[in-house]
Design a protein around this ligand. Structure first.
Ligand code: XCC
Ligand code: SF4
Length: 676
């Protein structure tokens, strides 16, 4: 039972306790030395509110805020704890769904502008995908210019946000059985904005007060994200900037360069960052940097912006969410350019200790004390160059630097299109080999390890530990978001991830196809690629006729953002078993409340019964791993496919692999990937 929320001063963690990443440790030690605060130290000092953390506080009206700390108590209005938890939860889902979807909306506006020749510097880079997507939605493609098709597609996408009735078009991509189930339960999303608005309406004081009924709409709101706004965002990003395919990249703070003007792009939308990449390659900008005494411009990304330009352009990732401050601590960043989401306000005060300029660019996001250069896709190249000149001008102000000498190679870029092609080749692209590998038991199952990092847990530790263990159990891992960057830094995302690190059956498959055992599938909106992969696995046959039958689990072991709750909810509604780490936001319970539906139980049992997926919050990594394996094995048994047997496969080709692994890095890469 939660007590009073007295902020307790807790022991400060050492850098080694705070993060497992040596680059992060080095920067945290520097911060301690200089007495500079970071999210890590603030998390140590500021204990989480133990009432809010478990969902026992309501602040929806001015009769409260009501803190339900005693058994059997209700809010002033009589609201019970489960109602309060369900309301808090759906509000988070609505915010997460709104954030992803609004990103999708802006992409649609950009697509429209590009189609009409009004967006400076952009082109339709993947016309093949444009045609495929348009045809899927019955937009005529034969004999039409790409711009005409793109214009129609943009209009169709834009209409999805304000649509009042009917079904969001990306939903048509879901497995047949799933769509029917959603229709039966009345959760098929109608319009993106409509579901989000209804979630807010329902949770206004004095509206929906039946927990299960509230959570029912949480599902619809989340589906409007996964099978709506996010899916739209992913498809348009591919059309405008290219569908990702594997390439070589690098990750960690060691990608910053002493001799260059370092510009870090941080946030989520690829619209500006792609243009900054293009601008940084313009001769006049390179010349300008040289005149300032630098060798050129070095771009690096943080968070999902990093993933977007890493996947498509091979621009290195400086780090994940918790490294935004650490990048500035190097003293080597001339500008950190941010757009939307996951940007800490602390960046501005932290940057005052250095020469780094924090530049906000979104009309939706300003931070007091930051330089605001507003981005507009109609003058994208001009603005991108302005931003870069601002950074270059700042190069002369650089003081002492300390760039940690840590970075790791990775091979990102596993779009569902590429996975499909890679498994079957150009002429018979298909998911057959993956399904067959699962059916035979070479691959035990699939785990999607995604989501944020959170200073409440040791940075990167859960992502890496769980990945490491699951790979040994022959579980293929797919990743997005900050989790992908965490494992990239640890070297899991290369083809040469290590003979001792991957189970024998999985290794056989990876070596045969030539893929890493951990596939980087993109940013957080790209979790929709995972939905698509699961759907295609179902369509391919042999693994049941709906997503809930596939031996797969989703994990977000270090999550922190509301977007993660929306993702978790749409995955559950799509049939997945989802495990979230850390605090359970609906854990607090008034034990003596009669007939109280416990929200956490409902996530498992209620949703389990309706959707075949379930949501659990667990704190111990070993328990997450065990439940993942149990779930995968249970799904295998239900399908009637071979039980997993670790001794059945492997060993073939190991001698050659051992030889390859003994080679120096450059030669090893060449042996694995050919000349890059
Ligand atoms: Fe943000 Fe997408 Fe979380 Fe990383 S993983 S901290 S949401 S950047 Ni989506
Ligand atoms: Fe309290 Fe009810 Fe108002 Fe919430 S809605 S703050 S529980 S009175």
């Amino acid at each position: 039972m939660a007590g009073e929320s007295t902020p307790s001063r807790r022991a400060r963690r050492t850098p080694e306790e705070a993060s497992i990443d040596p680059a992060a440790q080095e920067m945290l030690a520097l911060a301690d030395e200089r007495g500079i605060e970071t999210a890590f130290s603030r998390a140590d000092i500021l204990a989480p509110c133990n009432i809010g953390a478990v969902g026992m506080c309501c602040s929806l009206c001015a009769m409260g805020p009501c803190r339900l700390t005693k058994d059997g108590t209700t809010g002033v209005c009589g609201a019970t704890i489960d109602t309060i938890q369900a309301r808090n939860f759906i509000r988070s889902v609505a915010a997460g769904s709104a954030a992803h979807s609004d990103h999708g909306r802006d992409m649609a506006f950009t697509l429209k502008a590009v189609a009409n020749g009004e967006a400076e510097g952009y082109v339709l880079r993947d016309v093949a995908k444009l045609r495929t997507v348009a045809a899927r939605y019955d937009i005529p493609i034969e004999g039409r210019a790409p711009e005409e098709i793109a214009n129609d597609l943009a209009d169709l996408y834009l209409s999805q946000f304000g649509q009042q009735t009917g079904t969001l078009i990306p939903v048509t991509q879901a497995p047949k059985k799933r769509k029917k189930l959603w229709d039966e339960h009345g959760v098929t999303p109608r319009g993106v904005d409509r579901e989000v608005v209804e979630a807010l309406h329902r949770t206004h004081m004095g509206d929906d007060q039946e927990p299960a009924h509230i959570l029912h709409h949480a599902v619809r709101t989340a589906l409007a994200d996964g099978w709506g706004g996010s899916m739209i965002a992913t498809d348009i990003s591919d059309i405008l900037f290219g569908t990702p395919a594997p390439l070589l990249g690098e990750a960690n703070l060691g990608v910053l360069q002493q001799s260059m003007v370092n510009v870090v792009v941080h946030g989520h939308e690829p619209t500006l960052s792609e243009m900054i990449v293009a601008a940084a390659r313009q001769p006049d900008i390179i010349e300008y940097a040289k005149q300032a005494g630098a060798e050129g411009i070095n771009l690096a990304g943080i968070c999902c912006t990093a993933n977007e330009i890493l996947m498509r352009q091979g621009i290195p990732a400086a780090g994940n969410f918790l490294q935004q401050e650490l990048a500035i601590l190097t003293g080597a960043v001339e500008a950190m350019v941010v757009d939307v989401q996951c940007i800490m306000q602390a960046l501005v005060s932290l940057a005052e200790n250095f020469h780094t300029k924090i530049i906000t660019t979104s009309p939706k996001v300003k931070i007091k004390g930051a330089t605001h250069i507003e981005f507009d896709e109609h003058q994208a190249m001009t603005i991108a160059k302005d931003i870069l000149r601002e950074a270059i001008d700042n190069f002369a102000n650089r003081g002492d630097t300390k760039i940690p000498d840590y970075k790791n190679a990775l091979t990102p870029g596993f779009s569902h299109e590429y996975i499909n092609y890679m498994l079957g080749g150009s002429y018979r692209s298909s998911f057959r080999p993956l399904n067959d590998a699962i059916i035979a038991g070479r691959v035990r199952g699939v785990a999607a390890i995604v989501g944020c990092t959170n200073p409440r847990v040791q940075h990167d530790s859960m992502h890496s530990y769980i990945t490491e263990r699951l790979l040994k159990e022959d579980v293929l891992v797919v990743e997005t978001g900050c989790s992908a960057i965490a494992n990239a830094k640890l070297g899991f995302l290369t083809g040469d991830a290590g003979i001792d690190r991957v189970g024998p059956g999985l290794r056989e498959v990876c070596e045969t196809v030539g893929i890493p055992p951990v596939l980087h599938m993109g940013s957080c909106v790209d979790n929709t690629r995972i939905l698509t992969v699961l759907t295609q696995m179902v369509d391919e046959g042999g693994l049941g006729d709906d997503i809930d039958q596939v031996p797969a689990v989703g994990l977000a072991p270090e999550w922190m953002s509301e977007k993660a709750l929306s993702i978790a909810t749409y995955c559950v509604a799509s049939g997945a078993y989802v495990i979230m780490g850390g605090t359970n936001p609906v854990e607090g319970r008034g034990d003596k409340v009669p007939d109280s539906v416990l929200v956490a139980d409902y996530f498992r049992d209620g949703w389990g019964e309706m959707y075949g997926g379930k949501l659990e919050f667990l704190t111990e990594a070993d328990e997450m791993i065990q439940r993942t394996l149990d779930h995968i094995d249970a799904k295998r048994a239900a399908l009637g496919i071979a039980p997993y047997d670790p001794d059945k496969f492997g060993a073939s080709g190991d001698d050659r692999m051992k030889e390859v692994e003994a080679l120096p890095l450059e030669e090893r890469r060449e042996a694995l990937y050919g000349k890059v």
